[in-house]
Design a protein around this ligand. Structure first.
Ligand code: LLP
Length: 462
């Protein structure tokens, strides 16, 4: 039944990585959460539930979060990175339920705003297990963080050293901090999500000496305790060579601080950024492989520098929540659009778009999707799935083979939307942000409800 693409369709222009599937109804397991499967009627199930049944209750669009998958990925990082602290990066997606799962699975939590900190505290996360990031934390945010007793604040500028030192002195505490350094690594990822090259806003440069100077200033402040250095090289990275270069440069600084300032840093954080599969182009490594390689890199470098291996930590966000969620949409319209040269492109419009997933528009990110509500015997067509927003860059899935009879009322599901989907969602065109529905063992639970028109109007004071 893996029919051929009809002549005149857009097959000739499909991206080189996209292969027409043998069976257009089949899931590609590597892209989906672990409990995802299709039943004999072609209906997608996640967490032991038919997505058609779930959305009959919660409507579309909706994010479905596979709780077992999330927890097992969290555990996989915790177990693989044995002896490390694993901080889940809440910016990828955070809610009180998720913050509790993170804590129950033995992970720590990275937050980067007062909002994220508030969610974590509301969830009852032990503040001592929270790390606080940000390149421009306000005095108010720092006061709240220090007052709450966060386990570490990651310092990102000279002025912030003063601010934290003042707040901690006023509150009569000694605040543990780390210094975020830029190691000058060019991570092979989109420019907007690469963070350790020199010309960007994060961290203090190792090469200019700013990072060393920041460490010196922290050590000189009686209300601060310097725990270590922090390096995050970027996001959606597949190859450990970037961490290797970063670790080498960061550990060299570690050694310099020991030699010149007489202080052995007890900790080192290597950040997050572990890539996931959005489409068949991506082939991420298992946490165990990453752990083995990263530990070997750090151990070898420490040996070469004559350092004891510091207590290590990492901050994965995407690799834990990304594959655990999918987004379910309803198809509204299907159009054949004529292209130059006589080909046509099939445009499938769904009831969400760039307001629930900005990543295709912002990073040119690729996704995939599947017909989630039925089996189809129709031959595949190369389709573009688009949203309902008022701009042509409102793309959900740039290129995907879908059954040729896809039509209004069908459900489409997009895998791997858990990271930076709901967390970067907007109210563009006054869209109502969709709910996040946790599914597990045949039960569903709305953990973030859909916004309402009243929510939208609540901030409009007339
Ligand atoms: N640690 C720090 C200091 C970070 O800045 C980040 C991400 C992470 C950890 C987690 O990175 P992850 O493991 O999730 O890749 N909005 C972009 C990603 C921005 C990442 C920002 N920082 C995207 O949608 O791809």
């Amino acid at each position: 039944m893996s029919g051929r693409v009809p002549p005149g369709d857009f097959a000739g222009s499909s991206p080189v990585w996209l292969r027409q599937p043998e069976d257009v109804n089949a899931l590609v397991p590597a892209l989906w959460s672990r409990t995802a499967c299709k039943d004999a009627d072609g209906v997608l199930h996640v967490g032991g539930l038919s997505v058609a049944d779930v959305v009959a209750n919660v409507n579309t669009p909706a994010y479905l979060l596979d709780e077992d998958d999330f927890r097992s990925r969290a555990r996989a990082f915790r177990d693989a990175f044995d002896g490390y602290d694993v901080y889940y990066a809440g910016k990828a997606f955070l809610s009180t339920a998720v913050a509790r799962w993170v804590e129950e699975e033995g992970l720590c939590l990275d937050v980067c705003s007062d909002g994220e900190l508030s969610v974590a505290l509301r969830a009852g996360v032990d503040p001592g297990r929270i790390g606080y990031h940000g390149n421009n934390k306000t005095a108010m945010e720092l006061r709240r963080a220090v007052h709450a007793g966060v386990g570490r604040i990651i310092v990102d500028s000279f002025v912030e050293i003063e601010r934290i030192a003042d707040v901690a002195a006023q509150l009569g505490v000694v605040q543990p901090v780390m210094v975020r350094v830029t190691a000058g690594v060019e991570a092979h990822t989109h420019e907007f999500i690469a963070t350790a090259h020199e010309d960007q806003k994060f961290g203090l440069s190792i090469s200019t000496g700013d990072a060393f100077e920041a460490a010196r200033q922290v050590l000189a402040a009686p209300s601060l305790e310097l725990r270590g250095l922090h390096s995050h090289i970027g996001s959606q990275i597949f190859d450990t060579s970037g961490w290797e270069v970063a670790a080498r440069r960061v550990l060299a600084l570690h050694a310099r601080i020991a030699a010149e300032l007489g202080h052995t840093l007890p900790e080192l954080d290597l950040g997050g950024g572990f890539g996931i599969a959005y489409t068949t182009q991506d082939d991420p490594a298992e946490p165990a492989v990453l752990a083995e390689q990263i530990t070997a890199i750090v151990t070898a470098e420490c040996a070469a520098l004559g350092l004891d291996v510091p207590h290590l930590s990492i901050e994965p966000g995407r690799a834990i929540v990304g594959p655990a969620m999918c987004t379910v949409y309803t198809v509204g319209t299907v159009k054949q659009v004529a292209l130059d040269g006589g080909a046509t492109r099939t445009y499938v419009s769904v009831d969400g778009g760039m307001s629930d997933n900005i990543r295709p528009a912002l990073y040119d990110a690729d996704y995939s999707c599947t017909l989630a509500s039925r089996h189809s015997a129709a031959a595949p067509v190369l389709a573009r799935v688009v949203g309902k927003h008022c701009e042509s860059g409102d793309i959900v899935v740039k290129d995907e083979f879908l059954p040729g009879d896809v039509g209004p009322g069908d459900l489409l599901a997009v895998p791997a939307t858990g990271a930076y989907g709901r967390s970067m969602a907007s109210n563009y065109n006054h869209a109502l942000r969709p709910p996040v529905v946790a599914v597990r063992d045949g039960q569903f639970r709305v953990i973030v409800r859909r916004e309402t028109i009243d929510d939208l109007l609540a901030t409009d004071l007339g």
